[in-house]
Design a binder for this molecule. Structure first.
Ligand SMILES: [Zn+2]
Length: 111
């Protein structure tokens, strides 16, 4: 049986949209107006692939808009307990990217 990617509960009851989240994770707003599904997806964009509790240092293509920033900020606060910093930087060939950094869960909880 599949487990919900948001809360770890077994799905069903319902995988509403076929993306691996149970009904409450898709619908209930748990933090700053975001659902667990939205927070999980935003956190996936910046978290350390090997261990999500590690410090965050991720460059995303382009200049992140306000909606992306606020979703990522909410997600990092929710999962890692710390506030991310956004810095827009230019690459060698003129491409812009946004570097997202945060101390990460271990530092935030003092573990
Ligand atoms: Zn769930």
């Amino acid at each position: 049986m599949l487990r919900c990617k948001g809360c770890g509960e077994q799905t069903p009851p319902v995988d509403v949209n076929g993306r691996g989240f149970c009904e409450s994770c898709s619908n209930v707003r748990v933090h700053k107006g975001y659902t667990r599904e939205e927070l999980s997806e935003a956190f996936d964009r910046v978290k350390d692939r090997e261990n999500w509790k590690m410090p965050i240092d991720k460059s995303l293509a382009g200049e992140l808009g306000a909606a992306d920033r606020s979703a990522i900020e909410a997600a990092v606060v929710f999962y890692a307990g710390c506030v991310p910093t956004f810095k827009v930087e230019g690459g060698l060939c003129g491409a812009m990217f946004t570097r997202v950094t945060a101390p990460g869960y271990y530092v935030a909880v003092g573990a």
